[in-house]
Design a protein around this ligand. Sequence first.
Ligand SMILES: [Fe+2]
Length: 487
Amino acid sequence: MNPSYAERVHLQLNFQVDVCFLGKESMMIKVLLLSSLLLISISSGCAGLTSAFIRNEWPSVDIPLNNDVFAVPKGYNAPHQVHITQGDYDGKAVIITWVTANEPWSNIVRYGLSEGKYDFSAKGTVQNYTFYNYKSGYIHQCLVDGLQYNTKYYYEIGSGETSRNFWFQTPPAIHRDSSYKFAIIGDLGQTYNSLSTLEHYMQTGAQTILFVGDLSYADRYDNHDIGVRWDSWGQLVERSAAYHPWLWSTGNHEIEYFPHLGEVIPFRNFLHRYPTPFSASKSSSPLWYAVRRASAHIIILSSYSPFVKYTPQWKWLEQELKKVDREKTPWLIVLMHAPIYNSNQAHFLEAESMKVVFESWFCHYKVDVIFAGHVHAYERSYRISSIKSNVSSYPSSDKSAPVYITVGDGGNQEGLANRFRDPQPDYSAFREASYGHSTLEIMNRTHAFYHWNRNDDGKRVPTDSFVLHNQYRGDSHRRRKLKRDSI
Ligand SMILES: [Fe+2]
C-alpha cells in the first residue's frame, strides 16, 4: 500500500537529514526510516513528491497605487526607492541607489559606524531618462567602498529636513568556513502575495537576497504606466532593499522590447535603475557577473542575452569558472531566470538551449546548486544531468551535477503555474504550486541548510527542507578516503 502524502513528506525530510548531526540512538532510527523510505520508493515507483497544497490567498492583482506600501516619504525631494547591492567582487563595497523626484540635489552618501555619526562620505552620480512618454526621477548611484568586513554601517542620503537614514551589514571575510544566510526570491511583482513573500523573507534572518529575475512586471502596463510601475516596485521593496543587498539577475519581464513605443533597446528600465558590480568580475555587461560573499562564489547568468559558444557571456563564464577557488569559497551557486530542469507545463523545455551549452561545465566544476525562476511554482530536482544520455529529455542520476531549484513563486500578477506534467519525472524531487521563497543557510565548508517557505495564511511555513552537502568538499573527501583505503 502506498504511503499517504504526509507520511511521504515525513520520511523524505528524515531521509535528507545528515546523519553526522545525530546521536547514536537517533541515528539508528534514521537508518530504519531510510530503509523504509527506500522500500517505499521502490514499491510505489514514485521518484518525488507533488504536493496537493495549492493556496492563493489573494487574487493575483497588483496593489493599487494609492496604497500605503507605495507611499513616497513626505517632504520636498525626499529620497525614495532606496536599494543597495554588492559593489565589488569580495563584499567590501556596496552600491547605494535612490531617487529624488523634483531635482538632482546631493549625490553624497554620509556613513559611519554609529547611528547619526557619519565620519565618512562618498560621492556618486545622478541621471534620469525617458521611456516612451514617461520621464523618470533623478536616479542617484553611489559606490561606498573600502569597508570593513562583518561591520554594521549607518548611512544618510538627501539633504536637510528630508534626509533619510538607513543601515547595512557587511558580510564576513571570504573564508571557507564563513557562515552566511541567503534568501532566494523570484518573479516578485507587486501584488498582495508579493508583499506577503517580502514580509516573510524579512522574518527569516537572512542577510542577502539572490533575486532570480522578473522584478516589477511593469511591462504588463501600457505606455506611461510602465515607468510608473517601476517606481512603485522600487518603493515596495525599499523596506528590505535599503538595508539588505539584493543581487540581481534579469528575466524576460526586464527585456521590454516595445517597437510600437519606439523602445527597442532591451533592459533599459532595469539598467537605469539597478546597477550591478559587473566590472569587478571582468564582465562586459551588467546582466551577467559574479561576486564572492562569505564562503560562496555566486555566478549570475542572463537567460535572455546571447550565451552560445563564442558570445561574450559564454567567454566570460568560461574564464570565471576557472577563477573559482573552492578552498576559499567552497560553495558555488549559479542564478539564472529560465530553469533548465522543469516539469511544469509552463515554460516546459524553454531553456533547453542553455542546458546544451552550459550543463557540462556545471557538472565539471561541481556547481552546488542552481536557482532559477520564471515558472510560477516551486520545484526541486535530484542531482541529475543529461550528459551521459545526451538526450535532454532523459536525464540520469549524476553525483557531479547541481541541485536545480525553481523559485518563481514570488507572487506576481500573472498567478500560479499549477499544471505540473503527469507523471512526475524521476528527476523531480518536490514540486508545489504555491507562493513563497527559499533560504540557504551556509553553516561551514561542508554543510548548508536549505528551506523552501510557503506563504500560508499570513505565516511563514517551512515546507521543503534538506541538508545540502558541499559538492567540492564531498568530492575531495571521497578522494581522500579512496586513497587511504587503497593503501
Ligand atoms: Fe519569467
